[in-house]
Design a binder for this molecule. Structure first.
Ligand SMILES: [Zn+2]
Ligand SMILES: [Zn+2]
Length: 367
């Protein structure tokens, strides 16, 4: 598996491309001299356990400008790559996107689910996480994950639905969570905007489910609306940081972003960042470190501009990445490709899923 290293400077990328040819020559010469170049890797290779003979670019990377290029990857990326025995190489032309929050089981996709998925794959979305909101949708999410190699699932009970929790629900959720492609617990949390379940019951069920996620060792997918203080309070009291997770479809205040980041959580941005009136949210997004950002569609809801009013679908996650790049680029140079690369690596780190799609020759062990 190749972990892309971000090459921010165009000059360096040009140099790197040129240098790869140079390196090939360099390598041939070394081989002529009986030196295959592998020593370079051991002396420089803090980030790679690449097998000799696999992944030419990884080797060339080590042979040409190791420090200069590798310095552009964060320590965390390199550490993660080393830990998982991944190769470290330059970022290619094509990166992958991960839609970290979809409701692909929704009835609105019943007529054309395969076409929706194919369109998203065409747009560069290689991995999808589909979310459980109650027992039926948790089961549906797991069965979608069973059917498609690039779909992962979560299980849990949404604050709207906690009033329906029956005696046997938690046992069934525990059983479903044993599936190897269940990568998180949620979406769970508090929603005082609609109060479809009574607030006190929401809080009690939220606490119970944070505990259950800790028992299952699964990260949390948090839904919070007009309930910021209580959400943070419960996460602190129930030690949510032990498993971490994501504030999905982040739309809170600056202090919530800060508190969530302090608790070690990721923040996921949806199509809302493209909405005309979301100025405050865009300002908050700009302050979130790149290693804590995720992207999601929350499809079929929250369709980004310019498709508002239509059904949302995972292909549109690209529009969110583009918007984030545009906004971030106003303070530091940032390409769409970098946003895709960062957010995908973050998702892989949080959900412990492999980078890249299984059927394109990548690792396929989920957890
Ligand atoms: Zn939600
Ligand atoms: Zn959702």
């Amino acid at each position: 598996m190749l972990v892309p290293v971000l090459i921010r400077s165009r000059e360096l990328m040009v140099h790197f491309k040129r240098c790869r040819k140079g390196c090939q020559r360099d390598k041939d010469e070394r081989q002529d001299q009986g030196d295959c170049g592998s020593n370079d890797r051991t002396s420089e290779g803090r980030g790679s356990r690449a097998d000799h003979g696999r992944g030419a670019c990884s080797r060339n990377l080590h042979l040409c400008q190791p420090r200069k290029v590798l310095a552009l990857a964060s320590q965390a990326e390199l550490h993660h790559a080393t830990l998982h025995g991944q190769e470290v190489g330059p970022l290619g032309e094509k990166t992958v996107l991960i839609d970290t929050h979809t409701h692909l089981d929704d009835a609105r996709f019943d007529g054309d689910r395969d076409a929706v998925i194919a369109r998203a794959r065409e747009a560069g979305v290689e991995t999808f996480i589909t979310i459980g909101c109650d027992l039926a949708t948790s089961r549906a999410a797991v069965s979608l994950a069973d059917r498609y190699p690039f779909i992962y699932a979560t299980v849990g009970v949404h604050p709207h639905e906690v009033k329906c929790i029956g005696d046997d629900w938690y046992d069934e959720l525990r059983r479903l969570a044993q599936h190897p492609k269940v990568v998180a617990y949620g979406e769970i949390g508090l929603d005082y905007h609609y109060n479809h379940s009574p607030p006190k019951l929401q809080r009690d069920r939220f606490r119970e489910q944070v505990c259950l996620a800790r028992e299952l060792r699964l990260p949390l997918v948090i839904h919070t609306r007009e309930a910021q203080e209580d959400t943070i309070k419960i996460l602190k009291e129930e030690k949510g940081s032990e498993v971490g997770g994501v504030f999905h479809c982040f739309s809170g205040d600056a202090w919530l972003a800060k508190d969530a980041l302090n608790l070690g959580f990721f923040l996921s941005f949806s199509g809302v960042v493209t909405f005309q009136n979301a100025t405050m949210l865009r300002d908050i997004m700009k302050t979130v470190p790149m290693d804590r950002l995720l992207v999601e569609t929350d499809c079929p809801y929250l369709t980004p501009a310019p498709h508002r009013g239509k059904r949302n679908e995972p292909a549109y996650v690209k529009l969110i990445a583009e918007k984030i790049a545009e906004l971030k680029d106003s303070t530091e140079p940032m390409s769409v490709q970098e946003v895709e690369c960062h957010t995908s690596q973050n998702a892989c780190r949080l959900f412990k899923i492999p980078y890249g799609s299984p059927e394109r020759g990548q690792s396929k062990n989920a957890r």
